[in-house]
Design a protein. Structure first.
Ligand SMILES: *Cc1c(COP(=O)(O)O)cnc(C)c1O
Length: 582
């Protein structure tokens, strides 16, 4: 095995068909076992998966969601296939002399338990590319991946580039052939964002070229395809040119009618994949209530697209301290499907005591420190957070709208809060390769820290943010900071990891957090960034004080769990998708 520092998750899948039927009945879908089967599974297409223990590293929330969907399916025995690339290369970052360095590591699927099945071919106008089909079965779920030595990294190259189009074509057409090759027929296809659009085209083309009338085939494909959108603004989406389609896409389509249909979706010689995607997918979802409402998408005639909201969830058994999961199960907070036990859920939450919370978080802090043992900060030093110190964290991709530098607007104020409350602050993040604006912001924040004796002692930057750090911080931090500019976060899931682990959330009212009213957590409000910063500092003080006051601590943890644990539950998300699909 290659380096893998995450403890293997112990799954307790449902054991008998009766139990599975019980879950389906719990979600009000009787006889769902007749709609989904091992040979007719739920097929989930994604360009990104974040599952390091299976050798596939993602970039952010979209990949975590895909990995968690599969984990939930495995736990609940839902027949499920994750179709995704296995990237032979992955990118990492490290700090050297206060500079961030990008480096790349090779990944070999043989080291992660994948079996080679056979090869499939996709075509370009001038040649053919052979793709390895590999698979790995995990309970009722399986990975079905395509790969080849020159496939490259996740998101390598610019987003409208030939290489990206090639990767998307390989995943769609190659992945669909792979599905046939292993003898599967999709019951439904879920497209995790438009980069997976070609899977639906492959299906449509198969139906038409095997004799079905074109319009019938469109109706059939539409009915069984769900497009999940994560982006707010259609205009921000990459475009491809007709010439690129002639080179990479059309050679893979047998039916002239399908080619013509796709050609008609170009405007002024360019296409956005969302345009044909909303036509081929009758089912469309956004990833939180707010996002489904505000996502601004139009079809080719200019009509606004409606999205159903299925708020993201997380696989609780992956992201929550096992001791806390046991506590939830023993105390009637979660049932054996990991859904909040319906009738006495609120009562059960109200019984969680401050001393239980502190005891469990102490275990979480230990786990975090174990993980920190093999990570280093911006100076190349190990970080250890004392057991009695309060810990804030900000752990996110470093993108502008998430505002990782907001807490550093007033360095002295931040320093005072940390010192007065014996608190530390961990900042973990990844700057996208080539994002020079965010890179400069990160560097100037590191200089602020370096020049301030208190911050230098109490603020720790950890590069190469990944799921291990995401997990460790959710377990071991007392309070997490989430500051997206309101209206720009589609859902976010790191805050779910924090709440489910009994941490105090300080957040702007955005994404999935806004599924519930803002009095359920330590909210940051304000008309402008100055007010928001002031509010953030005040809430940091409230959080640190609450930790030492039993009734305050119970008040906030109970509020958070009652409002959000159901939303956090990946089983709830699976239930919502199954209800929408069938
Ligand atoms: C949970 C997680 C995410 C999701 O982040 P959001 O910003 O909340 O969407 C991204 N990356 C990693 C490594 C994670 O563990």
């Amino acid at each position: 095995m290659e380096e893998n520092n995450i403890d293997p998750v112990i799954y307790h899948p449902l054991e008998s068909v009766e139990e599975v039927e019980e879950y389906y009945q719990a979600i009000k879908r009787e006889r769902l076992t007749h709609k989904l089967s091992a040979s007719r599974p739920y097929c989930y297409w994604t360009i990104e998966t974040y599952d390091k223990s299976n050798g596939i590293r993602g970039g952010g929330g979209l990949g975590v969601l895909a990995a968690d969907m599969r984990r939930v399916a495995e736990q609940l025995q839902v027949p499920f296939v994750l179709v995704t690339p296995f990237y032979p290369w992955e990118s990492h970052q490290k700090m050297q002399n206060m500079e961030q360095i990008d480096y790349h590591e090779e990944r070999n699927y043989h080291n992660f338990g994948f079996n080679f099945v056979d090869t499939v071919q996709i075509k370009t106008a001038t040649s053919a590319v052979e793709l390895d089909v590999i698979e790995k079965q995990l309970g009722s779920s399986r990975f079905l991946c395509i790969t080849e030595p020159n496939f490259g990294e996740l998101y390598s190259g610019e987003s409208g580039s030939d290489h990206r189009l090639y990767q998307e074509v390989a995943l769609g057409f190659g992945g669909y052939q792979a599905l046939k090759m292993v003898g599967l027929r999709p019951a439904v296809i879920q497209l995790n964002e438009v980069a997976t659009f070609f899977a639906a085209v492959a299906r449509l083309d198969e139906l038409v070229s095997s004799g079905m009338d074109f319009y019938e085939a469109v109706v059939y494909t539409r009915k069984h395809t769900l497009y999940t959108n994560h982006t707010l603004v259609q205009a921000a989406e990459a475009t491809f040119h007709y010439k690129q389609f002639e080179q990479y896409v059309f050679p893979n389509i047998k039916s002239v009618a399908v080619q013509r249909w796709l050609s008609d979706k170009f405007t002024n010689g360019v296409i956005r994949l969302s345009t044909p995607t909303v036509e081929i997918a009758e089912l469309r979802s956004g990833v939180s209530k707010l996002h489904a409402r505000v996502a601004n998408y139009h079809d080719i005639n200019g009509s606004k697209i409606k999205f159903k909201s299925v708020t993201n969830g997380i696989h609780l058994r992956t992201w929550v301290l096992p001791e806390i999961m046991t506590y939830y199960h023993d105390h009637g907070v979660l049932d054996r499907f990991d859904l909040p036990s319906s009738h006495d859920f609120e009562e059960a939450v109200d019984k969680i005591s401050a001393s239980d919370i502190r005891r469990l978080k102490t275990i979480g802090r230990k786990r975090l420190n174990e993980i920190l043992e093999h990570r280093t900060d911006q100076y190349g030093n190990k970080v250890h957070i004392p057991e009695d110190a309060f810990l804030f964290d900000f752990k996110r991709r470093f993108v502008d709208y998430k505002r990782p530098t907001l807490p550093f607007n007033d360095p002295d104020r931040l320093a005072r809060i940390l010192e007065e409350n014996n608190a530390h602050y961990i900042l973990a993040g990844r700057v996208h390769m080539g994002d020079s604006t965010m890179f400069a912001k990160l560097m100037s924040t590191l200089h602020i820290i370096d020049n301030h004796p208190i911050l230098k002692e109490r603020v720790h930057y950890l590069p190469d943010y990944d799921e291990e750090l995401g997990l460790g911080l959710s377990l071991g931090a007392n309070s997490s900071i989430n500051t997206p500019i309101v209206g720009l976060e589609a859902c976010g899931t790191s805050w779910m990891k924090d709440i489910a682990n009994m941490g105090l959330l300080i957040s702007t009212h955005d994404g999935g957090v806004a599924d519930m009213p803002s009095d359920n957590y330590l909210t940051i409000e304000g008309k402008n960034e100055k007010q928001e910063t002031e509010n953030l500092y005040r809430q940091m003080e409230v959080a640190a004080k609450a930790w030492n006051n039993d009734s305050e601590l119970e008040y906030w943890i109970h509020k958070e769990l009652k409002a959000y644990l159901d939303i956090c539950s990946g089983s709830r998300m699976m239930r919502d998708y199954l209800n929408y699909l069938f």
